[in-house]
Design a protein around this ligand. Structure first.
Ligand code: ATR
Length: 271
């Protein structure tokens, strides 16, 4: 009998996770299968208990369930700090992890970009920014969080300061902020389909030693990344964060490093 894995969320129909994980299971000849399940926050506890009772190997959680899960599972300290769980493992009870920040870190490292010791400017203060800020601060980066609503940036930076170095500010002085940074990460929805013209920074505000990572991957080449190329900066596309957060979940569940190229191909085929 195949071990079942899945992703819970709502909406969930367009999730690329089933294609990505099933491709990895097939490649490794593992007796496992991964499906998408539509689950509302009110039903999350029942769904998790049901999945565990039925012998699921583990599940991923996506919008709008990541915060709700903290009330139900035993979260590891990183997920607790972030305030969101994206991976649940059923081996011993129900343990919650957040692999989103690690996904971002591996996306950068794959391109030869070191996170430890870097000055990282994170624009945005929503869920994705939280995951990346906590992970990167823990891994020894110096974090600046800039957000349209400045108070949210300051609040997030205060939380992140418990695990590393972080400060928060508004979006004024983008040029100065970028000039002081090695890595710029867009964690806002600016530039996302259908309003693709949006960008948090222009080429004039960038420098050639900068790495620009956009977590928006629809479209793959966002206006921000086009601006980065114009400035001679390194541009890193967002789909790898999806692949690597999935790869980290896969490792937690199975103890096996999955084939990244196969997972990436499965994700890109969906575009
Ligand atoms: P996610 O969970 O995917 O990170 P989110 O929680 O909705 O998404 O966060 C969206 C982020 O994009 C927020 O930081 C938001 O800024 P505010 O906190 O000021 O709302 C930011 N954002 C959205 N539209 C923006 C825009 N037009 N200009 C600048 N920032 C924007």
């Amino acid at each position: 009998m195949r071990t079942v894995y899945g992703v819970f969320g709502d909406p969930i129909a367009h999730s690329k996770s089933p294609d990505m994980h099933n491709a990895a299971f097939r490649e490794l000849d593992m007796e496992c299968t991964y499906h998408a399940f539509r689950v509302s926050p009110e039903k999350l506890k029942d769904a998790l208990l049901g999945a565990k009772a039925m012998g699921f190997g583990g599940v991923n959680l996506t919008v709008p369930l990541k915060q709700e899960a903290l009330k139900i599972v035993s979260a590891d300290p990183l997920a607790e700090g972030i305030g969101a769980v994206n991976t649940v493992d059923f081996k011993e009870g129900m343990v919650g992890y957040n692999t989103d920040g690690l996904g971002a870190k591996r996306s950068l490292e794959e391109k030869g970009v070191k996170v430890k010791g870097s000055n990282v400017l994170i624009v945005g203060a929503g869920g994705a920014a939280r995951a990346i800020a906590f992970q990167f601060a823990k891994d020894g980066a110096d974090i600046t969080i800039a957000n349209r609503t400045e108070e949210k940036a300051i609040e997030l930076a205060t939380g992140v300061s418990a695990v590393g170095s972080a400060r928060g500010c508004g979006l004024d002085n983008m040029k100065e902020l970028v000039a002081d940074s090695d890595i710029l990460i867009n964690c806002t929805t600016l530039g996302m389909h259908p309003k693709t013209e949006g960008t948090i920074a222009t080429a004039e505000e960038m420098h050639p030693e900068l790495t620009v990572f956009d977590i928006v991957y629809n479209p793959l080449e966002t206006t921000l990344l086009k601006e980065a190329k114009k400035a001679g900066a390194k541009a890193v596309t967002g789909e790898m964060m999806l692949v690597y957060q999935g790869a980290e979940a896969f490792k937690i569940w199975t103890g096996v490093e999955p084939p990244i190229d196969v997972m990436k191909k499965a994700v890109l085929e969906g575009f």
